[in-house]
Design a protein around this ligand. Structure first.
Ligand code: SAM
Length: 222
């Protein structure tokens, strides 16, 4: 299994305009869904600098923040404290979550669990299964094999589904696992799959070569 490597948040500008400071569109749907299901214990798995942790904490969830990057956790903590919010924080590797079995009603891991190889992916999925309560739900995203990154033949191929990202920036040499529809159904066979859809982010109107394709997946523990 490849060694885990988190983001280098020290080189990301941390201002209000930053995309990583603004909750994703689907997080508002999840907030509404999980409030109406009276879910309480929420794990932000790979929380980054806290945009979803803060949103859920403001809406009275018990929020657990987890990331491999110490800088990510300290930035999340500083933000939460500035809003007078009390959250739980842990630095660690998603391959070995420091939580008891059946701990969480809901888990969000947006643009996180792809940061491993195929073997690691199977381990993370087991960890999500283990730490979710029965009927608990998890929303996650996976990079798609249709995306430009998977087509970069000069980026090292770690296994048939995984490349090391070689662009300078916060993700330099971070492993990226890429999925397709059949692989998703195989990986999540122990869960109920509520829905799977593929989203395209259009970054460059002129040539479309940097369009970014992700699967968005909502699953439930039986
Ligand atoms: C693209 S950022 C997404 C952050 C957050 N989920 C969001 O949507 O704002 C990916 C995050 O996953 C974390 N990460 C990468 N590999 C990890 C691992 N093995 N264990 C825990 N966190 C990891 C990175 O440090 C980074 O903060």
């Amino acid at each position: 299994m490849i060694k885990s490597k988190g983001w280098d948040w020290t080189i990301v500008k941390d201002d209000a305009e930053n995309v990583w400071k603004n909750p994703s569109i689907e997080s508002f749907y999840l907030l509404n869904r999980w409030m109406s299901q009276e879910k309480k214990d929420f794990l932000d798995l790979g929380c980054g600098i806290g945009r979803h942790a803060i949103l859920f904490a403001k809406n009275k969830f018990n929020v657990y923040c987890f990331d491999i990057s110490e800088d990510a956790i300290s930035k999340t903590k500083a933000w939460a404290e500035s809003e007078n919010l009390t959250l739980d924080y842990q630095v660690g590797d998603m391959l070995n979550l420091p939580y008891e079995d059946n701990s969480f009603d809901c888990i969000l891991c947006r643009n996180v669990i792809s940061h491993t190889d195929t073997e690691g992916m199977k381990v993370v999925i087991k960890e999500i299964y283990r730490t979710l309560k029965k009927d608990g739900e998890c929303y996650l995203t996976l990079g798609s094999k249709d995306t430009w990154g998977f087509k970069q033949e000069d980026w090292p191929l770690v296994d048939p589904n995984t490349r090391l990202r070689m662009e300078e920036g916060p993700e330099y040499k971070v492993p990226h696992f890429y999925a397709d529809y059949n692989l998703i159904y195989e990986l999540f066979k122990d869960f109920d799959i509520i829905n799977v859809y593929q989203v395209i982010d259009y970054f460059k109107k002129e040539d479309r070569v940097n369009d970014s394709y992700h699967y968005h997946i909502l699953i439930k523990k039986r």
